[in-house]
Design a protein around this ligand. Structure first.
Ligand code: PSV
Ligand code: MN
Length: 430
């Protein structure tokens, strides 16, 4: 039985108030696009089929690694997090899956958890393993690394944890395991750069061997943090080489914050796709490093250019292109539900804009070396305000025309503040 968290009446009333303006704006944009030969309904239908997962940990005010500033009504258990994720999806209709992280989201009955999520209108996306933090009662510390540790028992423990995540994921209906390790060094000479990668590959291949046939292992690279001199899977080069060595079920996952400053991320996307290794994306934004800021809040143009490559990839799929999209951001100054609503909208908008690119004009200009017209093909699409397309797709699917307005009107957080236990202080996440 479905038990969606926000009153459907409230959404319907707010949508009724917004209906005339939305129809007017949608019709006007439709006429504008028609002049360029684009049928607005076809774009809206594609947007309606688009989705991005939300991370269970993003439902809390994880903050930065320095501090956490909890808010009243913040979720503390996976059950409460699922409820908040259901709010995001109910209003946005863009986020029907949750990506869990273990052991953070450990429960005793995963069948029941899957049913609980389904009753909230949610499924599960990639499972994330955590070998970057020590847990209570853990036999071996990850202070020397995990899959690449010099200590065999530590590597084995990390392998077993990843296999346990696969077992949990099977019960939740996931088909992807995302592996990000915090392994690396802070001093030149601290570890042998070649041998640490050998150890990683050897341990990762044991995890790979435990993947069911229809599963993928998504390797997430990150060039720094928590290690600041070197990391084992530091960049897309190490990532694709590792994925190629592991086998066809291993793919690369690109987190927007995990690169050197000013790196051309859209080109990385195109390269990974060229070799059939683009497996997934973690959306966020950054100003300086792995800032985990809200998607599209700093550089929406880059997000658009990334989606431009993803749409190119969609049109020319290789090796069953089936990217797993997830939001991966960290909030300590906003209500996480509001941030993820805003990010889902930013991500959906960039997807819609990328769909508007006149591909034929772009490709012809590229072939003719007409640089300005090639650039203008992108610019024209980027400049379109696609808000009415997203709003219309949402409303037709039962979501809210004004997601933040309805969320505030629902007083969800105030109501949860009465019910939920207060969150403790402590450090944030990496
Ligand atoms: C690491 O910075 C990361 O991006 C990985 O995806 C982790 O699983 C996530 O953040 C949460 O710490
Ligand atoms: Mn990430």
């Amino acid at each position: 039985m479905s038990r969606l968290p926000i009153s459907e009446e409230l959404i319907a009333e707010a949508n009724a108030r917004a209906a005339d303006a939305l129809e007017d704006e949608y019709a006007s944009l439709g006429r504008k696009l028609e002049r360029s030969g684009i049928a607005i309904d076809a774009i809206k239908d594609k947007v309606a089929g688009f989705s991005v997962a939300v991370p269970s940990w993003g439902a809390g005010r994880g903050g930065t690694r320095f501090a956490k500033f909890p808010i009243a009504g913040e979720p503390t258990t996976i059950h409460e997090k699922l409820e908040d994720c259901a709010v995001i999806n109910q209003l946005s209709r863009l986020t029907p899956r949750v990506s869990p992280h273990f052991p953070w989201d450990k429960v005793s009955d995963y069948k029941a958890l899957r049913e609980e999520a389904a009753s909230l209108g949610l499924g599960f996306d990639a499972v994330n393993s955590n070998t970057f933090q020590d847990q209570k009662d853990q036999a071996h510390s990850y202070s020397t690394g995990s899959l690449s540790s010099t200590i065999e028992a530590t590597r084995q423990q990390a392998v077993e944890h990843n296999i346990e995540c696969i077992e949990i994921g099977k019960q939740l209906g996931s088909t992807d395991l995302t592996v990000w390790v915090g392994d690396g060094t802070n001093f030149p000479g601290q570890q042998d750069l070649g041998r640490s990668l050998d150890r990683y590959l050897d341990a990762a291949s044991q995890v790979y061997a435990a993947l069911p046939d229809d599963w993928r292992m998504l390797l997430e690279h990150k060039m720094f943090e928590p290690a600041f001199y070197s990391t084992v899977i530091s960049d897309w080069g190490s990532s694709i080489l590792a994925a190629q060595e592991l086998g066809p079920k291993a793919k690369c996952l690109v987190d927007l914050g995990h690169h050197a400053p000013n790196v051309n991320i859209e080109q990385i996307v195109a390269r990974l796709h060229r070799f059939g290794k683009l497996g997934g994306f973690h959306f966020n934004d950054s100003k300086y490093g792995d800032d985990d800021l809200d998607s599209g809040s700093i550089n929406p143009h880059q997000l658009f250019l990334v989606f431009n490559e993803l749409v190119e990839a969609e049109l020319a799929p290789r090796d069953g292109f089936k990217p797993s999209y997830m939001i991966d951001q960290s909030h300590n100054v906003t209500d996480p539900i509001e941030s993820m609503l805003s990010s889902a909208e930013a991500i959906g908008s960039c997807y819609a804009k990328a769909l508007l690119v006149d591909r034929e004009a772009l490709h012809l200009a590229q072939e003719a070396n007409d640089t300005m017209m090639a650039f203008q093909a992108l610019r024209r699409a980027y400049n379109v305000d696609v808000g009415p397309i997203l709003a219309k797709a949402r409303v037709e699917a039962g979501g809210a025309a004004d997601v933040l307005g309805v969320y505030r009107e629902s007083r969800w957080r105030d109501r949860k503040a009465q019910e939920r236990k207060a969150v403790g202080l402590g450090a944030g996440i990496v």
